[in-house]
Structures are given as C-alpha cells and as structure tokens.
Write a protein that binds this ligand. Structure first.
Ligand code: F6R
Length: 603
C-alpha cells in the first residue's frame, strides 16, 4: 500500500520510476515525483492513475541527482493530483512523501497550523507544513525541524523528506510502515521494498520503527528522534532479480500459479534433511510443544490458509487450534488458554491488522511464530520465531503461490510438532512424499489450464454473482476460491459450507447462477452431492471439482489423488485458474485489481 523510492547521488528519475513500477503490485491510484538537480532546479510532477501517466507528464529536462517518488493508495482525500505525493509546505522549501496514516493530523492542524494555506486533503500535508512551521519559528535546520515534528506526530509512517536549502540530503523516518535503505557506490536509495531497486544494489540496511536518518550519496546516519545514534548494519540480500520479473507471461498471477509445483519442491528441500527427516528449528518445536492451544491469526487469503492449517495441526499434533481474523482480534483479544502459542500467517509480513495482534501478544509475553514469505519483514522481526515460505517474490495482488506455500509450511510444522509429541499420525505421515504428490498434481492441473478457461468463459464471465460450496477442508478452500474470483473478476462470489446454503442463501440461486462445488472430504462427499442437487433443481450451473476417489461421471475437474489433509493444495489450483481466466477474459487488469493493495499497511 503506497510505494516510496528515494535516490541520492545518481540520476534519480529513471531509478525512481522503475522502482515505483516494481512497487505497482502494492496497489495505488496516483503517483508523483520530486527531482532536484543540485544546480538550483527542482521539479515536482504528479498524475492520477498509472505510472505511465506520470511518465507522460515528465519533460526530458526534468532530471535530478536527488529525488523522491511515491505511489499513493488513497486514505485521506480522493485520488487527485493535489492529493498525490510529494507534498510541500506553503513556502515550497520542504517536499515529503509518506506511506502510512497520521492518526492525529486533525489535532495537529488545529493546534499548530491555524492560518496555513493547504493545497490538499491529506494527512501527509499536515506533517510537511508542521516541519516548515517549526523550522521557521525555531530557526532550525531541516533535519532538526523534522525530528521536532516527529515528536508530535502519531501514526504509521515511512517518510522521505527533502529540504531544498540542503538538497544533497534525504531525511527519513520510519514507524510501522516498511522502509529499507539500499547502499550503492557513490549513491544511496531508500525504498518500501528491496525488490523495487534490486537492479541498483543488493546491499540493504533494515530500518526499524523509531529510526530517523540523514542520507547523502556516500553516508547514512540513523538515530532516534532524540538524536541518539543507532547502529544499523547492512546485509546482502540473496534474491534473484529475475524472480520478480514477468518473463513471457502476460500477467504475474498466471506465472505465480504455474510456479506452485516448484514452490512445493523448494519447501520440501528446505524443510527435509538428507535422511528425509523433517527439519524445523528445534527451538520452535520446543516452544510450541509446551502450548495447550495454538492461535493462528491472519487476514484474507492467509486467514483461509490458516483454516486449512488448523485441521492439519489438530489432526497431527492433537493440540487444539483456533484461527482468527487479525483485524477482529486486535481490539477484542480472544480469551487465552493457560499456555497459548501464536502463529501469524502473512505473505508480506507487513499487514497492519496482524501486527496489532502481535504487539498485544508480545505485551503479554506469549511466544509467537511468523510464517511469512519476506525475510526481515516487520512481523518476522517482531515475533519470537520465523519460518519462511520460500515461495519467491509474489507480485500479483491476488495471492496464489503464497497461499499454497502457507499450507505446505503449516504441514511441515504439524509433522515436526506431532513427531516431537510422539503422535503416531505424525510419525507415520510421509509428508515428503505428499509434497511430491502435490507438486505433481499441481503440474497436471496447470498443464490442463485450457479446460478452466473454457469453464470460466462459459459459466462465469457473464455472471454477476457466483458461489463456491464445500465441506470440511473444502469449505476453507471454498472461501479462498470465492475471494480469488471476486477480487480479480469483480463477480460477487460467496464461499459457503455446502449444507448451509439451504439455511437461507439458497434463495439467491436462480437460473444459470454458477455454483462451483468442491468434493474431497471422505466424510461428506455424498452429502455435498445432495447439496449440489438442491441447487441444480433451482437452475444453477454447477461446476464440480472432485478428488479422484469421489469423482463421478460428468465432473468438470478430477483432481489427482492426495492425502485429504493436503487436498487444499490441489483443489485451489482450478479455483485460482478460474479466477485468472474470468478476470483476463473480461479484459481486466488481472494483477492489479481496483481498490486493492498487496501489502495492507493500514488498519
Ligand atoms: C488476497 C490477498 C489478501 C492477503 C491479505 C493478507 O489475494 O492476497 O487477502 O492475503 O491482505 O496479507 P498478508 O498475507 O501479506 O498478511
């Protein structure tokens, strides 16, 4: 959500524009750039919509050796040019970009900025006006005024500030919103996400909440708002920049769906040793073994992966497991068992809703594990332990390979924990084999993707609404299938426990309503067939996705055989492909659905 890129000491324009383009996946609705050529010329350009609109507005002479750029996902004020960042103060001395939300902006405006002329409706402009006011009134240099202002500001932020009286510096501050510093030879870069600038450097400094910094082309100093120096050591990030490129694919979403078999193999390599024994940090296993209850917290797709994880954890470890929506728990904390253990599932590791729960967990000294795709992300740093998804960068806003990776890594955890607890189910479980079966099955499914395109074209693209139904683990996948379809195709879709439809929602079924039925649960497969008949009699167009053991003639997709607890890994693939083709064949921007952001850093 919002992307920021700043450059000091190198022609900045293209680095910023490329960096912002690489951050497009985070979601945005306007973009802007400030450039200073260190020769007395400065340029501010902003545009609504895509970065291509911003590029069109920039003239060739608008260049700079220092620059800050931003993609904005509107929170305060509509997506307009005036509300786009960078924002400036009334004297046009300071330029600021911001990712986050200033909670006390109205109060700051009222208390300190009476009579100041504002040009936007944003919370960010309040901060840049405040910095300017403090600098003028207290006769302070830009960095000192910035720090004074930060003492008054409450909320989440990653700020980049340029003071045009000393334009060879970019001043930065971070609280709750992600920001990294990239170090180069004779230049430095600041960005929301390392992926955006990997073509420039692989050496990064992870900034922490409360960090304030002064960045020049060949130096960086990090301190607290009170001026106490802090040491932040650089590290080299081992990511292949090509992993984040689309290659020959038209959209990242399809590339990422297709990558799932190799993600399964990578997880298998990472979490099994040469004797085929499961390999998880013993400290994690030791800590969870003491728990009498596991609490999984997450949002959106990750929450759906948690619902699948719960069934595996309970079956293979015997530890009761609850799954909750992070956004609900942050301010209504669940009642705790005596020895709780918290697991946070988060692709990005930055989701603000999950972070609120983790803060409370830390306050209560409850042990925690973050399962994430992003090493060094905020939730990873703030939890006691981390397990990585090993899925490679996921760029499409709609999560696909991170979802299946979350299920696979929870399976690894369930196996290791169950073995440590001496559970026969876990000891007898050949998970490595099951992961190989999953990879093979996924490959078969992605290889026959054309059949899903036909189904999407025939049943979905003309529909306004649709349903996914299933029982047991299939219900969890129904929720995910529905989310995937609605978020990228804008077809309103609900995921339902198959038997629940008749308790009210069946009234929405009419002629040609698409109902996608998932059938893998040995305990309820026949009952789900009954529920299918109920909607068929009311005119629904039913698409059946059934496990090999439960398949009947006429089923649309027959899934390769797999352990029931792992079945979500296969069932979800046709659901992902249906969503992809419904979106693409409606002519939509599959990777960047409207109003959505990849990394949701506001509550
Ligand atoms: C949907 C999707 C979102 C995320 C959610 C949580 O396709 O990706 O629902 O799952 O915003 O994000 P993370 O997993 O980064 O915490």
């Amino acid at each position: 959500m919002c992307g920021i890129v700043g450059v000091v000491g190198k022609p900045a324009r293209d680095i910023i524009l490329n960096g912002l383009t690489n951050l497009e996946y985070r979601g945005y609705d306007s973009a802007g750039i400030y450039l200073n050529d260190l020769n007395g010329n400065e340029y501010l350009t902003k545009a609504v919509g895509r970065i291509s609109n911003l590029k069109e507005k920039l003239t060739p002479d608008e260049q700079g050796l220092v620059g800050i750029g931003h993609t904005r996902w509107a929170t305060h004020g509509k997506p307009t040019v005036d509300n786009a960042h960078p924002h400036f103060d009334e004297t046009k001395r300071f330029y600021l970009v911001h990712n986050g939300v200033i909670e006390n902006y109205a109060e700051l405006k009222e208390k300190y900025l009476q009579g100041v002329k504002f040009h936007s409706n944003t919370d960010t402009e309040v901060v840049v006006q405040l910095i300017s006011k403090i600098a003028r009134e207290k006769n302070l240099d830009g960095f000192s005024a910035f720090k004074e202002a930060l003492k008054l500001v409450k909320g989440s932020y990653a700020f980049l500030l340029v003071d045009d009286t000393e334009p060879e510096h970019v001043f930065i501050a971070k609280n709750k919103s992600p920001m990294m510093l990239g170090l180069g030879d004779g230049f430095n870069i600041i960005a929301s996400d390392a992926i955006s600038v990997l073509d420039q450097t692989k050496t990064f400094v992870d900034l922490q909440d409360g960090d304030v910094g002064d960045i020049t082309k060949d130096s960086y100093t990090i301190e607290t708002v009170d001026g106490k120096k802090v040491e932040r050591k650089p590290h080299v990030l081992d990511i292949d920049p090509n992993a984040a490129s689309k290659g020959t694919y038209e959209f990242y979403m399809l590339k990422e769906i297709d990558e799932q078999p190799s993600v399964m193999r990578k997880i298998s390599q990472t979490y099994f040793d040469e004797n085929d024994d499961v390999k998880v940090d013993p400290k994690i296993i030791d800590s969870i073994s003491k728990a009498d209850r596991i609490y999984i917290y997450a949002a959106g797709t990750s929450y759906h992966a948690g619902l699948v994880g719960k069934t595996m954890l309970e079956h293979y470890t015997g530890i009761p497991t609850e799954v909750g929506l992070a956004s609900e728990a942050g301010y209504h904390f669940p009642m705790m068992s005596k020895n709780p253990f918290f697991i946070f599932l988060t692709q990005s590791g930055e989701t603000a809703d999950s972070r609120v729960v983790l803060k409370e967990v830390n306050k209560r000294n409850i042990p925690s594990l973050t399962i994430t795709n992003v090493e060094g992300s905020t939730l990873s740093r703030e939890a006691d332990y981390t397990m990585l998804l090993e899925a490679g960068p996921e760029i499409a806003v709609a999560s696909t390979k991170a979802y299946t990776a979350q299920i696979a890594v929870q399976a690894v955890l369930a196996k290791a924990l169950g073995e440590a607890l001496n559970k026969a189910e876990a000891k007898d479980w050949n998970l490595k084999h099951d992961l190989a079966i999953a990879a093979e099955g996924m490959q078969q499914l992605v290889d026959s993707k054309e059949s899903l395109k036909e189904i999407a074209d025939k049943y979905l693209i003309k529909s306004r609404n649709a349903f996914y139904i299933g029982r047991g683990i299939d219900y969890a996948v129904a929720l995910e299938g529905a989310l995937k379809l609605k978020e990228v195709s804008y077809i309103q879709t609900e995921g339902f426990a198959a038997a629940e439809l008749k308790h009210g929602t069946i009234s929405l079924i009419e002629k040609d309503t698409p109902v996608i039925a998932l059938i893998n649960d040995p305990a309820t497969a026949d009952l789900t067939r009954g529920n299918i008949q109920e909607v068929v009699s009311r005119g629904a167009n039913v698409v059946t996705i059934a496990g090999k053991d439960f398949a009947r003639e006429g089923d649309n997709v027959v899934l390769p055989e797999i352990n029931y607890y792992m079945s979500a890994l296969l069932t979800v693939v046709p659901a992902q492909l249906l969503a992809y083709y419904a979106s693409k064949d409606k002519g939509l921007d599959v990777d960047k659905p409207r109003n959505l952001a990849k990394s949701v850093t506001v509550e």
